[in-house]
Design a protein around this ligand. Structure first.
Ligand SMILES: NC(=O)c1ccc[n+]([C@@H]2O[C@H](COP(=O)([O-])OP(=O)(O)OC[C@H]3O[C@@H](n4cnc5c(N)ncnc54)[C@H](O)[C@@H]3O)[C@@H](O)[C@H]2O)c1
Length: 406
């Protein structure tokens, strides 16, 4: 395998591993790199460390056929893909240190004619920054590499399909780079490949998620108004959406995940004066989670006043959206944490049907939790919860997920 790799994939997480498996399925040798030795070990056994339908078979086949191998260090290849995390720091500023570290790791391996692509969601100008970094350390390669940005827009849970069928936006630092990157992706992508420049491609990804965030913020704002006005927000939105040109999204207990709750900050951090709506949407969606936690606290005090005893409270869901095991930036997890901080001898049943255990929370089976609790708080619209038969009219239900409005 050493020396035989055509592609080096830096980062083997939710995006990097499925992409590596897809490229390997096309009989291209992929050398996957991850700094986490457990990830590397798992993949080399033909197994996976994340939940994603069909990924297990794809990885098992790619590894057993010899097209995918994982390691903690890169080897020489023709194409290098950077698919490492881009979280944000304390002050909601983007952290591109992982992209930088991954780029530095491949720096000594680069040679004339190689293709370098960043897929990690990145602030505007990151690709040019990495180009400058590469050429400052390897001046002999100046203008001899093809450098591009190509964001990923797959939906967790449907990644293996969407990786192939979604349209992609591909932006090079110059036209030749765009062309080379398009040629590369055309080998395994059936969706349309849209050419642009690196900065536009970077911003495109950020705007897609900011647009979703702003629209959800509108629905969440409506939910706050409706709560005060005594109107069922789900019914309201359903009726408003009967208008042929209105399409309001559904409210929830906030906005989470690795993308929508993070990417807008990448714009706000660099353009604070200009991005008023984008920044406000982040505030509203964060406030919605805080508001939900306050509602739970009020419900428990009301219960105690009325019944003269502490309630049992079921907190239903920890994931950032329905039917997945991903808890990153999860508003449900935040709410559970907030509620538990205020715990005062109530019985709590924390439920997440998509994970077996959690290092902080003791998990309870969802049916048992719903049966035992006096107050049931729906935080995520998991399919198990929709099907749940709650018999016990005396139970107080706080439905922040729209479970009863399928
Ligand atoms: N998960 C999604 O649905 C999604 C969708 C679109 C875009 N993205 C973007 O894709 C990028 C990757 O996201 P992800 O969800 O795959 O992240 P992830 O955390 O699941 O995986 C990233 C992997 O990179 C590894 N890593 C960190 N530094 C490294 C380095 N220097 N060299 C090699 N490996 C390194 C980590 O150990 C980890 O396994 C992020 O920028 C994210 O915003 C994610």
């Amino acid at each position: 395998m050493e020396g035989k790799a055509s592609v080096v994939m830096m980062g083997l997480g939710y995006i990097g591993l499925p992409t590596a498996a897809l490229i390997a399925q096309n009989k291209t040798h992929v050398h996957g790199v991850d700094i986490n030795p457990e990830v590397v070990e798992t993949i080399n056994k033909g197994k996976i460390h994340i939940i994603e339908p069909e990924l297990d078979n794809a990885v098992a086949a790619a590894v057993s056929e010899g097209y995918l191998k994982a390691a903690i260090t890169p080897v020489e290849a023709n194409t290098y893909l950077i698919v490492v995390p881009t979280p944000f720091k304390d002050k909601n500023e983007p952290d591109i240190s992982f992209v930088e570290a991954a780029t530095k790791a491949i720096l000594p391996l680069l040679k004339k004619g190689d293709l370098y692509i960043i897929e990690s969601t990145s602030p505007i100008g990151t690709t040019e920054k990495m180009m400058d970094l590469i050429y400052s350390k390897r001046p002999e390669l100046k203008d001899e590499l093809f450098i591009a940005y190509c964001p990923e827009r797959v939906l967790p849970g449907n990644v293996m399909y969407e990786l192939v069928h979604n349209d992609r936006v591909i932006g090079g630092v110059n036209e030749e780079s765009t062309e080379r990157a398009v040629e590369f992706y055309a080998n395994f992508i059936k969706g349309e490949l849209h050419k642009t420049n690196a900065r536009t491609a970077e911003m495109c990804k950020l705007v897609e998620n900011s647009s979703r965030d702003v629209q959800i913020a509108f629905a969440n704002e409506l939910s706050l108004i409706c709560d005060k006005a005594g109107i069922n927000v789900w019914e309201l939105i359903n009726l408003a959406n009967k208008h042929p040109r209105v399409n309001i999204l559904q409210p929830g207990c906030g906005v989470g995940g690795h993308c929508i709750a993070v990417d807008p900050y990448f714009i706000v951090a660099d353009y604070p004066m200009e991005s008023q709506i984008i920044g406000k949407a982040r505030e509203i969606n964060n406030y919605k989670s805080f508001w939900c936690a306050e509602k739970v606290k009020t419900a428990k005090l009301e219960f105690e006043l009325k019944n003269g005893r502490k309630p049992g409270i079921a907190l239903m869901g920890l994931a950032f959206k329905p039917n997945i095991d991903d808890l990153r930036e999860s508003p449900a997890k935040y709410i559970v944490q907030k509620v538990l901080q205020d715990a005062n001898n109530e019985e709590y049943y924390i439920v997440e049907p998509n994970i077996k255990s959690h290092r902080v929370f003791k998990l309870t089976d969802y049916k048992e939790a719903a049966k035992k609790a006096d107050i049931i708080v729906f935080l995520v619209k998991h399919k198990e919860f929709i099907e749940l038969d709650i018999n016990g009219e005396s139970k107080k239900i706080l439905d922040f997920a729209g479970i009863k409005n399928v």
